[in-house]
Design a protein. Structure first.
Lengths: 326, 337
């Protein structure tokens, strides 16, 4: 199927007072229409920065490398500078759902007004049409009494309802690509399950491409088709979700899977990945995972192997250092 | 709408209560100062050479109604103000306070409120620009100017301008009117004359107030701009001025509006010193005179009461503006939906 999004050789660096920080290094990813790409990783692994790069939402001190490409509909969005171009991706072809549904609605503007504002910006329609679309969308995500909700503020809604409204707003402009940045993390487990089901249904219905960012492998297993595991700004392993979860090659992926609680044996102690994620200012050279690798090879430990993905099975890519020691 | 009316009534009721409490405190303070009005007046007369006896004091006390109990006199003071708008007589000057204050208090208010409004009109847009500009130079120079406004004492600025005006224009710019307009009724020319002089105290007080407000707006804007909902709005394609005003600016102005009453008080408190230097005939100078020099409790009480009443009123208005702007205030106070 057609590729909606192609990221090639993307580096993202931030200029700060402490020096230049590498947040994302040389990643390449793609999302096809109707496909869900799950990006997994700890905090600080560069998941959100990648998503923000797609919408060009990173702050002013961000530096992209010259040969980086983020291609949407044949256009490299990194080269976008004009307001009109940026609008095409922001809320047009791409929508984003954030982790905190409370914090992502402006508190003193009615939910309906925020939805209508976005629609008027992107579609050539009248205000009452925009309202009809918004109300339909709210109904579609399972909100009842939509006319009332339309005129309410975010603080008057419950957490799950807010996230539904957020999804409704993100989908109302019919984007081709949806970026969901930990959309269920802030919700309690029962609501999380409902919202996940809703998202899966909607993804199927609208056949959009989705990037689902989370640190929760369980959520990925339920929703994603493809998975990319990120560590310290690098993709260390990627491929079809079943293949990766059943046959992980990289020690970091293995660690993540082993760290999941075992439902059949709740007495078993949890197995965390040893060590801490290094500060971005002290990024290891060579293999980024070498400081936490449980049984590294000699060259790997000395940082002599560069990061490079190799294909171990059709479609299953692993970092070459991780493939050797894993 | 029902919410809003309820909110307004509650606030109005609270404002009245505040005012009553203030009245009581002001009156009690007047009472706490040793010596009564009668004693003070007769002591004053004594210094002028008259022989005063104990009987004279008693007679004066009865004449002024000072032999009545405290609460009775308090009640009379409050009801006179509330229903007749009468503040009674000044203790030392033996003049009706209403007459004494007529014009002066409103002049003080006009100067203070103009300085306040100007400072907000400048500080809000400039503070927003200062916080969001890409050009560091703009932000830094605005910061410098506003720090000057905070650091330089008002009286020094006033003196410098006076010196400058005297040197270059041969006019000290003191007073609120030039000689020919000092004691004539209001007319278009008198207004013009007033404005040609009043800009000086307004500028001196306004600079300082603007500097404060500017720093507040700037800090609030920086804070608000980093919030997730602003990023979420940008992610929906909203940009430029419609993003700036509708999102971070609108949401950061609450505390600024909240501080209007406080700022008015600060300006009014700074006014007497400026008035002293510029020889302005306004109420602030009279307050200092009454408090520090002649110990005229009746007069001081009247001015303090008027000032507090103004601030309570301004706070009531800002509460309403805040409720209109921010649904969290409006609905939060009334207990949700």
């Amino acid at each position: 199927m057609e590729e909606l999004l192609k990221i090639n050789n993307l580096d993202v660096k931030f200029d700060t007072d402490e020096g230049r920080i590498t947040a994302v290094e040389n990643i390449s990813l793609s999302v096809k229409q109707g496909e869900v790409l799950g990006i997994v990783g700890e905090s600080g692994s560069g998941k959100s920065v990648t998503a923000k790069a797609i919408m060009q939402l990173n702050p002013g001190n961000t530096i992209y490398n010259d040969d980086a490409e983020i291609i949407i509909d044949g256009e490299n969005v990194i080269k976008f500078t004009s307001k009109e171009d940026l609008m095409k991706i922001r809320g047009g072809k791409v929508s984003m759902i954030f982790q905190e549904p409370m914090a992502s609605f402006a508190p003193a503007i009615k939910i309906g007004d925020q939805m209508v504002e976005q629609l008027l910006l992107h579609k050539n329609i009248k205000k009452d049409e925009a309202k009809t679309i918004s109300l339909d969308m709210l109904t579609r995500v399972g909100i009842t009494d939509t006319e009332k909700r339309f005129n309410q503020y975010a603080f008057e809604l419950s957490g799950g309802m807010r996230q539904r409204a957020m999804i409704a707003m993100a989908l109302s402009t019919m984007p081709k690509l949806l970026l969901a940045d930990e959309p269920t993390t802030a919700l309690d487990v029962t609501i999380q399950a409902q919202v996940l089901k809703l998202m899966k249904d909607i993804i199927k219905e609208y056949k959009m491409g989705v990037i689902f960012i989370t640190h929760d492998l369980g959520v990925i297993a339920q929703t994603a088709d493809q998975i990319a595991v990120m560590y310290l700004g690098c993709v260390v392993e990627k491929g079809p979700v079943n293949e990766i979860l059943k046959n992980p090659k990289h020690p970091y992926t293995k660690g993540l899977i082993a760290a999941l609680p075992d439902v059949n044996n709740l007495e078993a102690p949890l197995k965390p990945i040893p060590g801490n994620i290094p500060s971005p200012l002290e990024r290891p050279t060579g293999c980024v995972f070498r400081t936490r690798c449980p049984h590294p090879t000699k060259e790997g430990k000395e940082g002599k192997i560069d990061m490079k993905l190799v294909e171990v099975e059709p479609g299953h890519w692993v970092d070459q250092c991780g493939a050797k020691c894993g | 709408m029902i919410n809003f009316i309820q909110f307004t009534l509650t606030r109005f009721f609270l404002a009245i209560i505040t005012l009553l409490i203030v009245c009581f405190i002001v009156f009690s303070l007047m009472e706490l100062v040793p010596g009564t009005c009668a004693e003070r007046y007769l002591a004053f007369k004594n210094t002028q050479g008259s022989q005063i006896t104990y009987e004279d004091i008693e007679a004066e006390k009865v004449r002024l109604g000072l032999d009545k109990p405290f609460l009775y006199r308090y009640g009379k003071w409050v009801t006179d103000i509330a229903f007749k708008g009468e503040f009674g007589n000044s203790c030392i000057l033996r003049m009706n306070i209403n007459e004494l204050l007529s014009g002066r208090f409103s002049l003080s208010l006009i100067i203070s409120i103009t300085a306040l409004l100007l400072s907000y009109l400048i500080a809000i847009p400039v503070g927003i620009i200062s916080a969001t500009t890409k050009y560091k130079v703009v932000d830094e120079s605005l910061k410098f100017i506003s720090y000057l406004g905070i650091a330089l004492p008002n009286f020094l600025v006033a003196l410098c301008i006076m010196l400058f005006m005297t040197y270059f224009y041969g006019d000290t710019m003191t007073g609120l009117f030039s000689e020919e307009f000092e004691n004539v009724p209001w007319s278009a020319d008198r207004v013009k004359d007033f404005l040609s002089r009043a800009w000086l105290p307004i500028f001196v007080l306004g600079w300082n107030a603007t500097a404060f407000a500017l720093q507040t707006v700037r800090a609030l804007m920086l804070d608000e701009n980093d919030k997730l909902y602003v990023m979420a709005a940008r992610a929906r394609g909203i940009s430029g001025m419609s993003l700036l005003w509708r999102y971070p600016a609108k949401h950061s102005l609450g505390p600024v509006i909240n501080s209007i009453g406080f700022d008015l008080n600060r300006i009014f408190s700074a006014l007497p010193i400026v008035a002293l230097i510029l020889i302005l005939t306004e109420a602030g100078a009279l307050l200092i005179e009454a408090l520090a020099r002649s110990n005229d409790q009746q007069l001081a009480g009247a001015i303090i009461f008027l000032l507090t009443a103004t601030i309570v009123f301004v706070n009531f208005i800002t509460d309403l503006i805040l409720a209109i702007m921010d649904p969290r205030v409006r609905k939060g106070v009334m207990g949700g939906s």
